[in-house]
Design a protein around this ligand. Structure first.
Ligand code: SAH
Ligand code: SF4
Length: 365
């Protein structure tokens, strides 16, 4: 390795240029990047990985994002919404299996009925688990009042990806109307922070028109808004979406996967004590994708607990894995995989973001 490249990873503050160089890293520099990220994770967070049982609540969505398979305009999808009892059963499974936390994710709706239903569900889950189950939501953009109601009902973490921090690229990925507005998305992230959630965000990697320069900006953006948690993964084309027309111009899936690993490693270096998820989209491209992600900095994994019969219909992208695997099977196979990756599972621990704890207990940090 040249002295110049060694120097790069020893720097206290990585510049935009450095990040671009590292996103393009090959050979020794690439290896050094991954081991530095692993070292930082070990130093700041130990070798624990936390589970969040993922419940894909509904694929009914009022939005029309150009990349997503459950967008309103895709009429080939059979729409569903879980019954309360199905959510409670999945939550019970998480509790009984020592997952300690769940994530409720869904297509975006902000009508009163939906807001009320989620609030009631949260209260029921809290009551069923005697407050022992941590709840993360991923239900899109909502008003501050809605975020507040759900927070009071028991949710304490929220995932809302910015998708890309590049405003122009954002407008190429979404219809240009008031419900797909970049500034509104930022506003939602601000509201979540204000209400008191641990705030998660992230981007898709390998989108059409996206450059390494743009991804480097994404990393700096996530650092600037000071997220507590991150979820990032490769963009995976879906036939029934407008972006599919660019399928032939994308980076190969392997290249998108490689870039995603580098994004995880770089974010770990930039934000040492946040939670970073090893996402399902990474596993879609590489069967060992999540383990590889854990080895370069991720510390959260989200096993799917959605009842099997609905999974086929919650395809945000194609080739989603585990659509025919029972949760129980998932659990044992994951446990083995995590051990292989040299990590332990934080059974029965919420595994909240250390970054959040530090910021809230010492605001000068
Ligand atoms: N409706 C909510 C939550 C569900 S979508 C929301 O949009 O926030 C969750 C995430 O899936 C999105 O943030 C997006 O980053 C990801 N996603 C959607 N389509 C995808 C695709 N084709 N490839 C990879 N990720 C995708
Ligand atoms: Fe709906 Fe989320 Fe998909 Fe956009 S990404 S269409 S908001 S489910």
């Amino acid at each position: 390795m040249t002295e110049q490249t060694v120097g790069l990873l020893l720097k206290n503050k990585l510049t935009h240029n450095d990040l671009v160089t590292l996103l393009n890293a090959q050979g020794e520099l690439r290896k050094a990047l991954f081991s530095k990220a692993a070292e930082i994770k070990k130093e700041y967070l130990g070798n624990k990985v936390y589970f969040r049982g993922l419940i894909e609540y509904s694929n009914i969505c009022s939005k029309n994002c150009y990349y997503c398979g459950v967008r309103r305009g895709n009429h080939k999808v059979e729409r569903y919404q879980l019954a309360d009892i199905e959510v409670l059963d999945a939550a019970r499974f998480a509790l009984d299996n020592h997952f300690a936390s769940i994530v409720i994710q869904s297509g975006e709706r902000s009508d009163q009925k939906f807001v009320d239903t989620i609030e009631k569900l949260l209260l029921k889950i809290k009551a069923m688990s005697n407050g022992r189950l941590g709840i993360t939501l991923s239900l899109g953009e909502q008003s501050e009042q809605t975020y507040e109601r759900w927070f009071k009902a028991g949710a304490h973490r929220y995932l809302l990806r910015i998708e890309t921090s590049d405003r122009d690229l954002y407008s190429k990925l979404h219809p240009n109307d008031s419900i797909h507005d970049f500034d509104a998305r930022i506003e939602s992230l601000n509201s979540l922070r204000k209400v008191g959630y641990q705030v998660g965000s992230g981007v898709m990697i390998g989108l059409p028109f996206q450059s390494p320069e743009s991804l480097a900006n994404d990393l700096l953006f996530l650092k600037k808004i000071d997220i507590d948690m991150a979820g990032m993964g490769p963009f995976i084309e879906h036939k029934e979406t407008p972006l599919y027309r660019y399928a032939g111009e994308l980076l190969s899936r392997q290249e998108r996967f490689e870039l995603s690993l580098k994004m995880v490693a770089l974010l770990r270096i930039l934000m040492k004590n946040i939670n970073i998820a090893a996402t399902t989209a990474m596993q879609t491209i590489d069967p060992q994708g999540r383990e590889k992600s854990i080895m370069v900095g991720s510390n959260v994994i989200m096993p799917n607990l959605t009842p099997l019969k609905y999974r086929e219909n919650y395809k945000l992208y194609e080739d989603k894995p585990c659509i025919d695997e029972e949760a129980e099977q998932c659990r044992s196979c994951l446990e083995a995989r995590i051990h292989i990756a040299g990590n332990e599972i934080g059974w029965d621990e919420w595994g909240d973001s250390k970054h959040f704890m530090q910021r809230t207990t010492n605001p000068n940090n």
